[in-house]
Write a protein that binds this ligand. Structure first.
Ligand SMILES: Nc1ncnc2c1ncn2[C@@H]1O[C@H](COP(=O)(O)OP(=O)(O)O)[C@@H](O)[C@H]1O
Ligand SMILES: [Mg+2]
Length: 250
């Protein structure tokens, strides 16, 4: 491949009892890429990326982040790593009783040890980047699903990560909000140089914003390569996925 990956999975295995979810996963994510992880529901996509931030541990194999083996990291080391690698969960993790501004400013204050004014400014800056600055005083419960997703993304980028992991960012969104979220992910990757790992089965997203794709099937990497080569691939399993996947299905 030539270029050094910022993330590397080397022979990663993960089972839950007799459920052998990951059976020898190998691939790299290159810095600056928007890298999609595709696969049917239950293929192990979420399990795979949760291992990157220490929410799950592989049974064997090695996971590398920025040249360092993180497989045996302690909880404290993962806490540090999560500052550099933010996870945007599929379901909202915003505090519903706090304003949009506070949802972002609180972790910023904690992360950078800033005063209230500086943290609020940083939060507004992040909200501006996702085009949601006018919602500072609103409670998340008053917002639609698409906006909540953008606020969650603003909170992630306010912490100045090098990598953002997006778990099903467009699932459950209407088409307008889904496409807007796509553009936002691409835009943040380009402008802020954020390496973006996108777990998805949204083929419209894939076609419009992905650089590379890893396709998981049956616990294995069934395809790894450029997005355009994936959609044109005539391997029957990939063809079936590309042409029959229910877009936005979970
Ligand atoms: N914490 C867990 N305990 C037991 N089984 C799990 C756990 N997390 C995921 N699984 C199982 O692992 C498989 C892959 O799940 P997941 O990674 O969530 O799939 P998806 O590709 O849809 O994100 C599923 O069969 C799921 O039931
Ligand atoms: Mg999942």
């Amino acid at each position: 491949m030539g270029e050094q990956g910022i993330i590397g999975f080397h022979d990663v295995y993960k089972s839950f009892g007799e459920n052998h979810v990951l059976r020898g996963i190998n691939f790299d994510v290159l810095p600056g890429d928007v890298h999609f992880i595709l696969g049917h529901s239950g293929a192990g996509k979420s399990v795979l990326i949760k291992q990157l931030v220490g929410l799950l541990k592989p049974d064997s194999g090695q996971i590398v982040f920025d040249g360092e083996d993180i497989t045996a990291y302690s909880e404290k080391q993962f806490t540090n790593l999560r500052k550099r690698c933010q996870f945007v969960f599929q379901h909202s993790t915003l505090f519903d009783s706090r304003s949009v501004l506070e949802n972002i400013a609180m972790p910023v204050r904690k992360r950078f040890g800033l005063g209230r004014k500086e943290a609020n400014d940083a939060a507004i800056d992040a909200l501006t980047k996702v085009n949601a600055e006018k919602y500072v005083d609103v409670l998340p419960t008053q917002l639609g699903h698409g906006l909540r997703k953008r606020i969650a993304i603003a909170r992630a980028i306010a912490l100045k990560p090098e990598v953002v992991l997006y778990d099903e960012p467009t699932t459950g969104l209407d088409p307008v909000n889904a496409r807007r979220t796509d553009r936002l992910i691409r835009d943040l990757a380009d402008r802020l140089k954020i390496t973006s790992v996108v777990v998805s089965h949204d083929l419209i997203s894939l076609r419009s914003i992905a650089d590379r794709v890893t396709f998981l099937n049956g616990g294995f990497v069934a395809f790894e390569g450029r997005a355009m080569e994936f959609v044109r691939n005539d391997d029957p399993i990939i063809h079936q996925f590309v042409h029959h996947a229910r877009i936005g299905a979970n």
